[in-house]
Ligand binder design. Structure first.
Ligand code: ZN
Ligand code: ZN
Ligand code: ZN
Length: 492
């Protein structure tokens, strides 16, 4: 590959090496013991061995279908394309507002194809206080859409009028039985941006303090930075929204550093000795970075699987182009939030490794939709109640068509789940039950597990033939030698 285009890579070489060094087994053990203690999942433990690195082990017997643990994400982001479909808390990813709002907003946002129509000034008029801010972010979505629909200017939905959808969104039109599907009411971003919304004040505050305050485009932030953040986000939405997640990791680290730096911070066990204002403190940065350091990572452009349509002789130029794309994104991010105190975090080397961490861990965030539950409930009603109800709900269901059941989807870094090793005959799976209505990962036993056994999940479809499984797992960087693979391995 060509030399790195990022001057910070060489300038901060030593700091970058320290940030990317694998933490010692002792550090890893301490970190996870603390995390498990904090989350109170005493029935599991993390063990480290030379061969497989980290693994999750059981501390007691589990029965089939039993909950093993839930994992709170460190940073997470809803996919950009999913934002029209699902209106969720930006911190815990619960659906918010109401079933009516979810349906109305989705049909409303997907119903427009021009910027003029997006100028919905009248909408924020005299509706409930929260609603005026709830729909502003559609401006972005419409701007995005506009690029593809320049010149068109029409309300595309045929059977439903804009007015009906507006009534639905503002809470002035209720659907029958929707009270059985109450969702948390909407809490706006404390910084006043229209991008992020929350299910509760604690969620809003947590996200603000841990990630969002640096990336907020609300009135509280200065306008130059605001515009730069918007440019960064637009670039990510137009190319790969994994960049937004990487920006969140950098923001998370900077904000954690600032909290650690405050004297008397409860989480800082070791006293931090006199740090002058601009003095660059590597040990503090390493401490702030620790949760991210625990994740297995490689450079994105090195670990990304070569797409099927790229010839192997084109591989180098493909990987160069991926790196250039990451660098363009990083430049935009730097214009937005660069701070010399954290310069190594803004190197391409670090940026590439953060993105690669998500690529390798490949942890999907999924939350089932209450809209789907609602329509299933209506469908299950006894006659004639069902027919009566459907007179009102049918037009919406018809308009939603297959999309009524779209889940909230995103990517997240789950610290505990990312320690779980793969097996093609796993004893656990990531699975959302009826009651799991937020973004946390939920790990369930698929067969009885006894004390001391390693808890494994499958990263791939384990029903595939041996060769296909090994090919897919090679993208994760290992050759599987689980009992099933050992049995099926062709003898040499
Ligand atoms: Zn929440
Ligand atoms: Zn904000
Ligand atoms: Zn296997």
């Amino acid at each position: 590959m060509d030399a790195s285009p990022c001057p910070l890579d060489s300038e901060f070489h030593d700091q970058i090496t320290a940030l990317l060094a694998s933490p010692s087994p002792q550090e890893v053990q301490e970190y996870y013991n603390e995390l498990i203690q904090k989350e109170k999942w005493h029935s599991i433990k993390i063990e480290i061995n030379k061969e497989h690195g980290k693994g999750v082990f059981s501390n007691r017997n589990f029965q089939e279908e039993e909950l093993i643990f839930k994992d709170q994400m460190l940073v997470a982001s809803q996919h950009s394309y999913n934002k029209v479909d699902c209106f969720v808390c930006s911190s815990c990813f619960r659906f918010i507002g109401s079933v009516e709002l979810q349906i109305g907003r989705k049909l409303y946002l997907s119903g427009f194809s021009s910027k003029d129509e997006c100028d919905h000034g009248s909408f924020s008029g005299d509706n409930a206080a929260s609603s005026s801010s709830d729909f502003q972010n559609e401006d972005d979505l419409c701007t995005q859409e506009n690029k593809n629909n320049a010149g068109k200017n029409s309300w595309r939905k045929s059977s439903l009028s804009k007015e009906v959808l507006e009534l639905l969104m503002s809470g002035n039109l209720s659907l029958p039985h929707s009270k059985l599907f109450v969702l948390p009411s909407i809490v706006p971003c404390p910084g006043g941006c229209e991008e992020e919304h929350y299910c509760s004040k604690p969620c809003a505050e947590y996200d603000w303090e841990s990630v969002h305050s640096l990336l907020c485009t609300g009135k509280g932030s200065d306008s130059l930075r605001q515009a730069a953040v918007v440019r960064f986000i637009e670039h990510a939405n137009g190319t790969n929204d994994i960049f937004i997640l990487a920006a969140k990791v950098i923001s998370f680290t900077i904000l954690r550093y600032r909290r650690l730096k405050q004297p008397g911070f409860e989480g800082s066990k070791k006293p931090i000795l006199h740090i002058s204002k601009n003095e660059y403190n590597l040990s503090l940065l390493l401490e702030a970075w620790k949760p991210v350091a625990m994740g297995f990572k490689r450079r994105w452009w090195d670990c990304i699987a070569l797409p099927a349509d790229v010839d192997s002789c084109e591989e180098t130029s493909f990987r160069n182009s991926i790196r250039d794309l990451a660098f363009s994104s990083l430049q935009l991010l730097k214009e937005a939030i660069f701070d010399i105190e954290f310069a190594p975090l803004f190197s391409l080397e670090i940026y590439g490794h953060i993105i690669g961490m998500f690529e390798l861990n490949n942890l999907g965030l999924v939350v089932a939709s209450p809209v789907e539950d609602y329509f299933i409930y209506v469908d299950d009603l006894p006659s004639p109640n069902k027919e009566e109800t459907e007179k009102l709900t049918r037009p919406f269901l018809d308009e939603l068509y297959d999309d009524y059941s779209v889940c909230c989807e995103g990517t997240a870094f789950f610290p505990l789940q990312s320690c779980m090793n793969h097996s093609c005959c796993p004893n656990a799976k990531a699975f959302k039950r009826e009651e799991d209505r937020d973004g946390r990962a939920v790990i369930i036993a698929t067969r009885p597990i006894s004390v001391g056994e390693e808890i494994t999940i499958s990263y791939i479809d384990e029903e595939l033939p041996y060769e296909e499984r090994q090919n897919l797992l090679a993208d994760y960087g290992f050759k599987c030698s689980c009992p099933k693979c050992r049995k099926e391995q062709p003898s040499v």
